[in-house]
Design a protein. Sequence first.
Length: 310
Amino acid sequence: MKQKIISIGHKNPDADSVLAAILVSRLGKKMFGLEVEAVTADEINNETGFVLNLLKIKKPRILKKIKNEKVVLVDTTEPNQIIDGLTEDNLLAIIDHHNLGGLQSSKPIYCRIESIGCTGSVIYKILREKNIKIDKISAILMIAGIISDTLNFNSPTTTSDDKKILRELNKIAKLNLKEFTKDLFAAKSSLKGISVRDIINKDYKQFEMGKNKVGIGVWETTMPESVNIQKNKIIKELVNKKRKEKLDYLFFAVVDIIKNNSYLYIVREEENILSQKVFGSKIEDEIMFLKNIVSRKKQVVPVLMRELGK
């Protein structure tokens, strides 16, 4: 029996994670000579749903645990963020744009990790290097991933390559980028069908920092007030989550993608002390305002890593 090959991103998948997995599925035969099925570890968010509905692409099935499947892993290498059951023997390839996590492989694998705005940009480079033709739907999938993950080039994760790649892709896609971005961000900000627990968990990741287990969730929105008005409920849910998951620290940030600022929720006294030490901003009513900070990857995780890794 032929072994099944899947492409999958991290738990609590964002748009780039899901769209990258779908791209590998669509183009896996040309990229690797393999038939690949895209799956997700959890439900997709409203932003991803908007893109898939626009392109009439079926939502990937949810897979909670790896059994015998071979895996093309996208958009993460952090063990805490990876689907359960993934072993060294299951891992076939990695395509990512984050720091290298603690993964190991039992044999040589294909691995492509670049310091760039999104996984979709890495996939674009692979396709161009292999002279693989990019169709319109694949181009739109990459465009959506780039705009989403770079916050329309407002995130410090943005590179000149991302901007160039977007221009090249839109020669194929021929989108009205202003309108597409507006609709994409409206979907990203939508709270339709979203509970307080979803707000915290839809874009949540765990990290090992020194001897500490740290959780960091974000909610990116054009309307931060629509989330902040629920502050008391969110704080209560964060306290419960920290206790349940036995975290040393838990942070949650509401990111204003228009004004490029964040509102960092302070759960307990230990988060209060640590956040004032690394960010130095004033805390008012359990929220710290972070001016010009929007990226968990570039602006939050590194400073916490440095401090907690001492």
